[in-house]
Unconditional design. Structure first.
Length: 136
C-alpha cells in the first residue's frame, strides 16, 4: 500500500486563504491577500470583461458579482499548482441569478504574488458563451 501526501506551497496557501475569505465575505482577509495595486483581468467578453486596477476596483467587481447573483455565487478551488510566485487554480464557479439564469463553469485563475500578496490575477472562463449569457 502506498500513501500519497499532498503539500501546498506558501503561495498556494495565500491564494487559498483568499478563496476561503471570498466564500465567507471576510473583507479584512481579502484586503490582506490582495495588494492595494492588484490588477484582476477577466478574460471573457461580458459585463466584467477587462482589467480592474486596484483593490477598490476588484472589491467592487466582487461586490457586483455577489449582488447580481443574490449571494449564490460560489467559487470552489478544485486544484492548485505553483511555481515560485505564480499560482494556478482550477475552480468550479457557479451561481444563479434572480431571473432564473444559472451557470456552472470550470475556470482557470492565474495569480502572481509579490511579498505574499496577489498583485495580478488572470481569470479564464471555461465556456465563454455560457458565462457571457449569464452575466449580460
Amino acid at each position: 500500500m502506498t500513501e500519497s501526501t499532498s503539500t501546498i506551497t506558501a503561495a498556494e496557501a495565500t491564494v487559498l486563504r483568499g478563496f476561503a475569505a471570498f466564500a465567507t465575505l471576510d473583507t479584512d482577509t481579502l484586503g490582506a491577500v490582495f495588494h492595494p495595486d492588484v490588477v484582476w483581468t477577466h478574460r471573457n467578453d461580458d459585463r466584467f470583461a477587462g482589467a480592474k486596477a486596484g483593490w477598490p476596483a476588484v472589491a467592487a467587481f466582487f461586490g457586483e458579482s455577489a449582488e447580481l447573483t443574490a449571494g449564490t455565487l460560489r467559487v470552489e478551488p478544485q486544484t492548485t499548482m505553483s511555481r515560485d510566485d505564480l499560482v494556478t487554480v482550477i475552480a468550479r464557479v457557479s451561481a444563479t441569478r434572480p431571473d432564473g439564469r444559472s451557470f456552472d463553469d470550470m475556470q482557470m485563475l492565474l495569480f502572481r504574488l509579490e511579498d505574499d500578496r496577489a498583485v495580478a490575477v488572470d481569470q479564464y472562463v471555461g465556456d465563454p458563451a455560457a458565462v457571457r449569457a449569464f452575466w449580460d
